[in-house]
Each structure stands twice: as C-alpha cells, then as structure tokens.
Design a protein around this ligand. Structure first.
Ligand code: BGC
Length: 380
C-alpha cells in the first residue's frame, strides 16, 4: 500500500500525462487510439486533477482487491507467472513488485518462471502450468508474435490470461473481445514514452543541441528488441516529437541493442568511433542500454550536457541519479509499480469472476533534472 501511495504522490507531482490513468476498472475497453501520443500538450491543472481522480479510483480498486483477499477469494488459487527473461533490469523490478503485491492481495500459491528469452522454453512452461491446473496465468511473452498460439492454448484449457509488458498486436487483442475470452493486456502505450524522449531533447532548443552548427539534430538510435512494439514505437515517436517541434533531424546510425547494457555500450562505442563529434543526441529505447551508452560516451572523452545528450526510458534508480547529477539528460518513468499492481488485480478479478477490460493502460512520466529528485524520493 505504501508504494501505491508513493505512486499517487508521483502522479500528482508530475503533470505531463496523456491518456487515462492506471488501474483495472479505470482502463479503456479499447486499445489506445493511434493518435493518443500525438495529442497536444495537456493543460497541467486539469490533467493533474483528472489523474488524481484516476489514481484515487485505482486506490479504491486496490482496497477492493485486498478486501476480496481477506474474504479468502484468492487464497489457495494458483497463479503462474511467465517472465520473458529474468536477466532484464526493468522486468526484475516488475517481477519483484508483482510477487510482493500478489502476496499482499492474498495469493498464496505463486510460481514465477524464467523464459530465458526463448519462446520454446516459455511455451513448455505454459504447458506445465496448464497441466498443473493453475487458476490464472500472467504472461510476459518472449515473442509478442506468439501471442495467438499462447492464447489459443491457455483459453482452450479454460484458464484466464493476463498479458504484461509485451503487447500483442491489434488483431490478437480484437480476437479476445470478439470471442468474449478472459484475456487482457496490462501495459503502457510506448508511443507516449517515445514522444516524451523526443520532447526532452526538443525542449533544450536547437541552439543548445546543434553543436556542429549544421542546423539539424544529428542523432543515433539504439533500439531494443525490434519484435517488441515498445522498441518500434519509441524509435518512431522520439524522432517524430523532434519533427513535430519543428526541428530537422539527421539519423547517423540506428542499431539493435536488444535492451541490453553491454550491447548498448558496444554499439555506442562503435558509432562514436565512426561518427565522432557529429553525434549530438543518443536515443536509447531503455535505460539499461543508456547506462552502457554512458560508459562509451565517457570513454570517448565526451560529456553529456556539454557536447552530447543522452536519453533512455524506465527510470532505473541508477539512471535517475545520473539525471540528477547531469550525466544523463533524461529518462521516462515506466511505472512498474502501477503495471504490476494492475496485472495482479486483473488476475484477482478473473479468479473471483469479476472479469476485466481487454486493455488496462498506464501513463509514463517524463523525468528531467527538474523532477528527478522527487521521482527518486518516491521510488525509495
Ligand atoms: C522496458 C525495457 C525492457 C522491456 C522488456 C520495456 O518496456 O522499457 O527496459 O527490457 O520492456 O520487454
């Protein structure tokens, strides 16, 4: 509950929001409209009030879930959790919070397995959970493109399913609705995170960005797993936000770092060796890769904020500390607390027969030097 309150403080402290807030019953029944991340900047006061109301509704949902737990509705129910890979900084935060919150709302039989970034391994784990007769599954797919196969298998076995973090495509989500299946997706709209990354850079102004004086924003892009919609959208929408702000862009390099720190470090080192001082901005689809990028930036004798800029997504503690001391320009908070709580609440709603909407959303939060300390304080 403490963390939930912290997330309320966080949400109120930061006004930059886009679409409706987090929480199972507050969510839209539809996937977000494609234009969601393109909308005009919100009016801060109205947004903050709306968000406060959303978060208050969310807190009420949590109280309901806790009350159900107290009445024994979820105790003894078996929940199986498939994580695409334990060796992922963000998913480790998510998984840890998910486990503790599942316990908090009363689940006592929780099994969490590591898909080791291999779909065949994960599919075997799902088969085992089905054979074991779990009451509900929470799945972070290795490949989102395998979702239809996974859904058929799980729904065929009569087990409700909560997808997390890696969003299946629109056609797949439509199938759940068309067939009235007990399947939902919990996650944030990655377009929003990409837009916020681009805005963090655009807000610096061309004069501050254009070290080489060519009148353009010269950037490199370090992508996560390209199979993953988070990587696709962050890549697209970060650049789009620069263009929407009237800036001319020049892509010097675009590489796939698979969400990984070491790969991020290697790719940025190579790119700096090739493109040298021409690189003005390094976009990383996540913070793990931004941490690797930072090492290479330092090794190349460059200084963030002085002759180059660097942005990530997730708001890992280390990165937020770097934003505070200026060694990373900014990041975007990927709210693992709200997402894991919504996923657990959705699982509880399924096993208690309440059901869920088909899409359960959540907002990202922009993190710059201005609010990084309060974000950090809230996360601790
Ligand atoms: C996070 C990444 C993470 C990925 C895993 C993304 O939303 O930003 O850090 O590696 O999810 O699927």
């Amino acid at each position: 509950m403490k963390k939930k309150l912290l997330s309320i403080v966080l949400a109120m402290a930061v006004s930059a929001t886009f679409i409706a807030g987090c929480g199972s019953t507050a969510a839209s029944t539809e996937a977000p409209a494609p234009a969601a991340a393109e909308e005009a900047a919100p009016a801060p006061a109205a947004e903050a009030a709306e968000e406060t109301a959303d978060v208050a509704a969310d807190a009420a949902d949590v109280a309901d879930a806790a009350a159900d737990a107290a009445s024994g509705d979820v105790a003894g129910k078996k929940v199986g959790v498939c994580i695409y890979q334990f060796n992922d900084n963000f998913m480790t935060l998510f998984r840890t919070e998910l486990e503790s919150y599942l316990k908090e709302i009363g689940f006592t039989d929780i099994t969490i397995v590591d898909g080791a970034n291999d779909q065949a391994t994960q599919s075997g784990q799902i088969d085992n959970f089905i054979a074991d007769g779990v009451d509900v599954l929470i799945i972070n797919p290795v490949n989102s493109s395998s979702a239809a196969t996974i859904t058929d298998k799980v729904v065929g076995a009569g087990i409700p399913l909560v997808y997390i973090n890696r969003e299946p495509d629109e056609a797949e989500e439509k199938r759940w609705q068309d067939n009235g299946w007990d399947v939902t997706y919990v996650g944030c709209d990655a377009r929003q995170s990409g837009t916020m990354q681009g805005e963090i850079i655009a807000d610096l102004g061309l004069d501050a960005i254009d070290f080489n004086g060519n009148g353009k924003v010269d950037y490199i892009m370090i992508e996560g797993d390209p199979e993953n919609v988070d990587a696709q959208y962050r890549t697209e929408f970060s650049v789009k936000a620069l263009q929407d702000a009237g800036l001319e862009v020049n892509e010097l390099d675009d590489q796939v770092g698979m969400w990984d720190t070491t790969k991020g470090q290697e790719l940025v080192a190579n790119s700096l060796a090739q493109n040298g001082n021409e690189i003005e901005v390094v976009f990383c689809n996540n913070d793990a890769m931004a941490l690797g990028a930072l090492e290479s930036i330092k090794a190349a004798g460059r200084t963030v904020g002085k002759d180059i800029y660097l942005v990530g997504v997730d708001a890992l503690t280390e990165v937020v500390e770097d934003v505070i001391d200026g060694s990373i320009t900014g990041t975007v908070f990927n709210d693992h607390i709200a997402q894991s709580h919504s996923a657990a609440d959705a699982a509880a709603n399924f096993v208690t027969g309440k059901g869920n909407d088909y899409y359960i959303g959540c907002d990202y939060v922009k993190v710059t030097k201005d609010n990084a300390q309060s974000i950090l304080d809230s996360l601790k």
